[in-house]
Every structure is written in structure tokens, then in C-alpha cells.
Design a protein around this ligand. Structure first.
Ligand code: PSU
Ligand code: MN
Length: 305
């Protein structure tokens, strides 16, 4: 096994016994939400996964080690350190490992750790994608490449319209990544259920999601798949409110010359400030919703021999 990887004992025994496991990311903890809501949310997400019959494996890099499964005090550490923990994408892991550093794993690096550990399902809030203006900035999240190359099912609530959602779907199509709407024909826009963009397929049960993942494996695909699960209606935001906050955040990022890996965390923090926390509430609820679906889907997958 990978000499940098530590699999937590409960995760290891579940995998060895063919019981369901769900991976979780840590950028959402260190960079996606403020302390202490980030830690409370991360711990509650783990609880929801347990209640739905699976074992949670929050992933991160700690002191140069790749971790699949964290202790509550390790989650507390990542949440308290916040933005002081380097955001770790694919290019960062070897350097952080050599330095013995901590790292908050994005969708990309959480998929990587999940695959190394043998975890097939991963729940998060939103994925990175093709940024607006990417035709000149070339800012396209490494998350899309990882979905094309690593065999993990990512359950999210779509993507925020800080991104160009149409181009994000085009890119995933080019890369051969199945994009599934869970109970919907439309790509959800994270804070709201509707984006106006159609997804490839609508599926309605965890068993159907598991069957697609299983078919990919049987056909020898190397890549993963994306499940987009709309935020429950009662927690979704008013479209006009969130659209205005997103436009303002994008204008602020341009005015301050924000670029590179800072772009996404800057936009997320700005949106939260501009909406006085109502976006944070929605964000937390949609992650809970995705965790429950991921746990049920991981359980369905375990029913295959
Ligand atoms: N989008 C969100 N919330 C997040 C992220 C994205 O709505 O927390 C985080 C995830 O960890 C994602 C990463 O993998 O940002 C993408 O960053 P970038 O755009 O720099 O690739
Ligand atoms: Mn980027």
C-alpha cells in the first residue's frame, strides 16, 4: 500500500468486511465555512453517514500523511486552523508530504485518497468547474480532470454559478464523465434547485446510482461519475438574492486581482458575507442531504458481490 497513506481503523475494518464507507473532503472545513460552524457541520455530516448505515472517512493531509478517516480532534484542528491550512489539490500533495505539512483536501485530492484507500463514494457540497471567463483566464478546476481519471462517485449539489455551468457540463462531456441528476433533469445550482442546464440523465434511487458505478467498473472505465442532488426545497435560497451576491463577489474578485487557487475560497467567503449567513445555512443543509444519499448509495454498492 501507499507508504504515505493512513486508513483509520474503523474505515479499514469496514472496507475489509465489505461494509459501506463514504469519503468526505476537508477544504470545505478549512476554507469553505467559518469556525466553529465548519467543525460542527463536519462532525454532524459524519453522524448522518453513520445513521444511514455507512462509515465516514473524512480525508486530509496531516503532518505529511494522507488520511482516510479522521478523529474528532483532527477535524477540530483543521477547522480551527482554517485558511492557515494549505488548500491541497493534485499538484500540492507531493510537496506538502515532503514538507510534513497539513493540507485541506479538495474534491480532487479527496477522490485521490478515496481511490488509494478503496472507497468508492464521496459526498461533498459543490465541485469546482470551469470559471466564468475561462476562455482568457484558463481557470478550470482540477476537479474535472480528476473526475475523468479516478474511479470515485462524487455526490454534490451541483455547482455554484460563480462558475460557467454550461462550460462545466461541456468539459465533463468531453472528458467522458457521466453527470446524473438525482430526481431531476436539470443541473442544480448549489443554493438553488435550478440552473436552466439539462443533465445527461435523471435517476431516482441509490440502487440505480450504484448500478451505473458498477457498470463503469465492469467495462473497465478509469474515471468516476458525478451525481448532482438538488438542495431540498425548504432550504434553497431566493434566486435573486444569491445571484446578486454572486455578481458582487465576482466583481470584487476582479477588482482585487484575485486569481489562482485563491479564487474559489475568496468567492465563497464573499458570498457568505454578502448574504449575512443565509448562504451558510443552505450550504450546511445541502451537505447533510448529500451525505445521506451517498451513504445509501454506498450501501447499495456493497450489495454487489
Ligand atoms: N465549491 C464549493 N465549495 C467548496 C469548494 C468548491 O461550493 O468548498 C472547494 C472544494 O474543495 C473544491 C475546491 O474541490 O473548492 C475547488 O477549488 P478550485 O476551484 O480552486 O479547483
Ligand atoms: Mn482554479
Amino acid at each position: 500500500m501507499n507508504q504515505y497513506l493512513d486508513i483509520a481503523p474503523l474505515v479499514r475494518s469496514a472496507l475489509a468486511e465489505g461494509r459501506p464507507v463514504v469519503a468526505l473532503e476537508s477544504t470545505i472545513i478549512s476554507h469553505g465555512m467559518p469556525y466553529p460552524q465548519n467543525v460542527e457541520t463536519a462532525l454532524h455530516v459524519e453522524q448522518i453517514i453513520r445513521e444511514n448505515g455507512a462509515v465516514p472517512a473524512t480525508c486530509a493531509m496531516l503532518a505529511g500523511r494522507l488520511k482516510a478517516g479522521l478523529l474528532p480532534e483532527q477535524i477540530e484542528h483543521l477547522g480551527k486552523q482554517g485558511a492557515a491550512v494549505p488548500k491541497a489539490s493534485r499538484r500540492d500533495l507531493p510537496v506538502l508530504a515532503a514538507l510534513g505539512s497539513d493540507g485541506a483536501t479538495t474534491v480532487t485530492t479527496t477522490m485521490m485518497i478515496a481511490a488509494m484507500a478503496g472507497i468508492r463514494v464521496f459526498a461533498t457540497g459543490g465541485i469546482g468547474g470551469v470559471h466564468r471567463g475561462a476562455e482568457t483566464s484558463m481557470d478550470i478546476s482540477a476537479d474535472l480532470e480528476e473526475l475523468a481519471r479516478t474511479p470515485v462517485m462524487v455526490v454534490c449539489a451541483g455547482a455554484k454559478s460563480i462558475l460557467d455551468l454550461g462550460l462545466t457540463l461541456e468539459y465533463l462531456e468531453t472528458k467522458g464523465v457521466p453527470v446524473i441528476g438525482y430526481g431531476t433533469d436539470e443541473l442544480p445550482a448549489f443554493y438553488t434547485r435550478h440552473s436552466g442546464f439539462r443533465v445527461d440523465y435523471r435517476l431516482d434511487t441509490p440502487e440505480q446510482l450504484a448500478a451505473v458505478y458498477q457498470a463503469q467498473r465492469a467495462m473497465g472505465y478509469t474515471g468516476g461519475m458525478l451525481v448532482t442532488n438538488p438542495i431540498p426545497e425548504e432550504y434553497s435560497m431566493d434566486k435573486a438574492v444569491i445571484d446578486a451576491a454572486i455578481e458582487k463577489a465576482l466583481a470584487d474578485a476582479a477588482a482585487e486581482g484575485i486569481h489562482g487557487k485563491e479564487t474559489t475560497p475568496f468567492l465563497l467567503a464573499r458570498i457568505k458575507d454578502l448574504t449575512e449567513g443565509s448562504s451558510l445555512f443552505s450550504n450546511i443543509r445541502l451537505v447533510y442531504n448529500n451525505a445521506a444519499l451517498a451513504a445509501k448509495t454506498a450501501a447499495a454498492l456493497c450489495r454487489y458481490a
